[in-house]
Design a protein. Structure first.
Length: 85
């Protein structure tokens, strides 16, 4: 996303680190596995995904106690992550 300089309301920029973390979660279908692969805390992974979901105002993942499944919006973002990263 870009900042719109024509108005006083700036749009937030996407954090590339959040995208990288999301890409790991999406590929591994697990917050824990992504945290382990990235050598960061699981809570950091969760916060990154939550920030992206807030930015897009839509869930990117369906979470259960056993697995993570991409929503249609999450799948689209995962495909774009490959191009961006």
């Amino acid at each position: 996303m870009q900042i719109d300089v024509s108005t006083s309301h700036a749009q937030p920029m996407i954090d590339l680190n959040d995208l990288r973390i999301f890409a790991y979660v999406a590929s591994l279908a697990s917050f824990s596995s992504a945290a382990e692969a990235l050598q960061i805390h699981k809570s950091s992974v969760s916060r990154s995904v939550t920030r992206l979901e807030a930015m897009f105002q839509a869930p990117l993942l369906q979470r259960t106690t056993r697995k993570v499944v991409l929503t249609p919006r999450g799948l689209a973002l995962k495909l774009h992550c490959v191009e961006i990263l």
